[in-house]
Unconditional design. Structure first.
Length: 437
């Protein structure tokens, strides 16, 4: 094992043995390399005459570039767009994102958390998390309705086993009973289990209530106290898009940080949906733990391992994307723009609820609970989802996503409010077509 990796392991093991035990085999071997990177960093600070260390091109002391590339980027310097970013992410962006995490989650105000490590979108954050923490044969606890890419990342790429529980109970709320039973079952045969929670949820658009959030946190804390090592992953891709006053407005990450030594909370989030910049691919990984001493050295070690994983995979996330996001977050217009777009999406969600309250749809489908995010789902009663999806596309030019045998996902985020009635009337007509075919 590389001495740098062993040094990081010793720091983690000294103050948080449970977290060290949670690392995957790859995670224990990860480190952030010195060599060229550290020498270039030293040269950047001290080489005031000539710096011939870093693998970029310069002329007259400035970043070499094509004007055809830079001219559309009005107000951004080549050094802010074209050069390599640190594998950890731009320091100013990491600090600003952490500050915003505390602002959006007031419970974090006095909690010590890591500085976020920047990834190339949340999918890359999930994949990086998997490299650092997941071994073949590990178990990932997920609801029965989930984003399909989890299976690709955890099941196919890492060889983990996905274990499912029913997302909703008979009253249409989060199924705390099934959730607790699933944790108890897997804890009997696994010393370490992963719990992945995604609110607002894809595909259903459901976010837990405050009471359900408290219940989840209590269940996890009890399991940790009983000796199970828990890695709780919060996929907060759609954070902030909450359309109901009764639901939990903070990330569960805030309730789990520092809860128990056997519980590591990992927040995966990003600019993708929060700032409507899907193609910029800027995500973040943030850790929250409880340990016997000062957690900051442990966080630093985890950040180095995580950044080392990024370094060994994609090198770094886009410098231009990070620059654009940081400038936007510093722009005084941004809060007003976010409120404006939020209200548009909220109006669409409420319009969907109003339209689907009509009894004439009742014989064709039931509606899964939704209160947030981009999506909602229909549970079809008389026809199957895939034939209906194909029929709607071929005959009516309407595109939806079939999930499983009877579930149909609707992304109301990309449907104008005035089209919503037409959309569901067309889906109903498609059901009637198939029923009589």
């Amino acid at each position: 094992m590389n001495p740098l990796a062993e040094e990081l392991n010793q720091i983690i093991r000294q103050d948080s043995t449970p977290v060290w035990k949670m690392l995957s085999n790859v995670g224990r071997q990860l480190f952030f390399p010195k060599g060229i990177l550290s020498q270039s960093a030293e040269a950047k600070e001290k080489a005031h005459r000539i710096n011939a260390t870093i693998g970029i091109a310069k002329e007259s002391g400035h970043t070499m570039c094509f004007r055809s590339i830079m001219d559309p980027l009005d107000g951004i310097a080549p050094s802010e767009a074209l050069t390599y970013a640190p594998s950890f992410g731009l320091p100013a962006l990491r600090k600003r994102w952490q500050e915003d995490l505390r602002r959006k989650n007031p419970t974090l105000a006095d909690r010590k958390i890591s500085l976020p490590v920047v990834t190339c979108g949340i999918t890359h954050a999930i994949s990086t998390f998997a490299d650092v923490w997941v071994d073949p044969g590990d178990v990932i606890l997920l609801p029965d309705m989930m984003w399909g890419n989890y299976n690709m990342i955890f099941g196919v790429r890492k060889g983990a086993r996905l274990s499912h529980y029913a997302l909703f109970d008979e009253n249409g709320g989060f199924n705390l009973t099934a959730f607790e039973a699933a944790i108890a079952k897997e804890s009997k045969t696994h010393e370490k289990i992963f719990v992945l929670l995604n609110f607002p949820q894809n595909p259903t658009g459901y976010t837990v209530t405050e009471a359900e959030s408290d219940g989840i946190a209590e269940i996890l804390a009890r399991a940790a106290a009983n000796g199970t090592r828990l890695l709780v992953v919060l996929d907060d891709a759609y954070f902030g898009l909450f359309y109901d006053d009764q639901i939990q407005k903070e990330s569960l990450f805030a309730k789990l940080c520092g809860r128990h030594a056997n519980l590591l909370a990992v927040k995966l989030d990003g600019a993708t949906k929060e700032y409507f910049v899907w193609g910029l691919r800027i995500g973040f990984i943030t850790y929250g733990l409880s340990c016997s001493g000062d957690p900051l050295p442990v966080y630093d070690a985890l950040e180095r391992k995580t950044a080392g994983c990024v370094r060994g995979n994609i090198s770094n996330a886009s410098h231009l994307g990070q620059t654009l996001l940081l400038k936007a977050m510093q722009d005084p217009r941004i809060q007003g723009e976010m409120v404006e777009k939020f209200e548009i999406l909220k109006a669409r969600a409420l319009r969907v609820k109003a339209v689907l309250a009509d009894d004439r749809y009742a014989s064709a489908w039931s509606v899964y609970p939704f209160n947030s995010g981009y999506f909602m789902c229909l549970k079809l009663k008389t026809v199957e989802a895939e034939p209906l999806r194909v029929h709607l596309l071929d005959r009516y030019g309407v595109g939806l996503i079939a999930l499983g045998k009877y579930d149909l996902r609707v992304a109301f985020s990309c449907v104008d409010e005035e089209q919503i009635q037409e959309l569901f009337d067309t889906v109903l007509q498609g059901v009637r077509d198939l029923e009589t075919a």
